[in-house]
Write a new protein. Structure first.
Length: 256
């Protein structure tokens, strides 16, 4: 495939360091265009804006001269707009990230990074979501290296006519510190959220999310366990949420 069109997005916002690093990591693989939310929408999942106008704003070119646009809406809004503007060329591949924080297990359904990727896949565009563990200071180089490696493979899959949604999660390590790439199943680990309460001036009690990452997968064949043990995890996801085994069992029932 000659000069494929790669559309890069995220949920952390167009000024987030991860999206700039992703665009730079994928340089030379095709024509790169960046379109991302104007501000952070972490946790937005696949939510859409239904009551307010959505504004598209041209943004200064990126580090390698790539076109950039900011959307005043959610990650799903951003992808819907990018794929449905009348004069917008259709991308060959969407890459969403690099998200600051893993998107594995139960967190997949909350993730705006995945929300954008799911919108692309729903429109028939192959997509890759990329996330890295939190670090202080943050180490991006491993995620950059694996994002490029997986994107190169994804472009070969696109050229072969395959459709897919791949969820890549990477430890916050240098490339040579990562144990390798493991093809994993979607597990049940994730950031287990609780709430903390605060009493503000005037006596009002408010609540905020709190909690940390908990490994709940039985072995490293699952995404959360794999990344927690130093592997880069690549999990193919599906749009079909049907429990087919239960569907067939329900079809066999005669007392509906």
């Amino acid at each position: 495939m000659i000069n494929p069109r790669i559309l890069i997005t995220n949920d952390d916002g167009i000024d987030a360091p991860g999206i700039a690093r992703l665009a730079h990591a994928l340089r030379g693989l095709g024509e790169i265009v960046v379109i991302a939310p104007a501000r952070n929408h972490s946790g937005a999942g696949s939510s859409l804006t239904v009551r307010n106008p959505i504004r598209l704003e041209p943004y200064p070119p990126g580090l390698d001269g790539e076109q950039r646009f900011a959307v005043h809406g959610t990650p799903a809004d951003t992808m819907n707009l990018a794929l449905r503007l009348p004069d917008a060329p259709r991308p060959d591949l969407v890459v969403s990230g690099i998200n600051n924080g893993w998107n594995v297990g139960q967190n997949v359904r909350h993730s705006g990074t995945l929300g954008a990727a799911f919108e692309a896949a729903s429109a028939g565009i192959p997509a890759v979501a990329v996330s890295v563990d939190y670090g202080n200071p943050q180490e991006w180089s491993g995620a950059e290296a694996y994002a490029r490696r997986v994107t190169e493979k994804a472009l070969r899959m696109v050229a072969a006519g395959q459709r897919f949604l791949l969820n890549l999660n990477v430890p916050a390590m240098k490339p040579d510190e990562i144990r390798g790439l493991k093809i994993a199943c979607h597990g049940v680990s994730g950031y287990m959220d609780g709430f903390i309460d605060r009493t503000e001036d005037g006596g009002m009690v408010t609540y905020g999310l709190s909690g940390g990452f908990r490994v709940a997968d039985p072995h490293d064949g699952f995404d959360g366990r794999a990344v927690s043990e130093g592997w880069a995890s690549l999990c193919p996801l599906m749009l079909d949420w049907t429990d087919h085994e239960l569907r067939m069992a329900l079809e066999a029932e005669t007392d509906w």
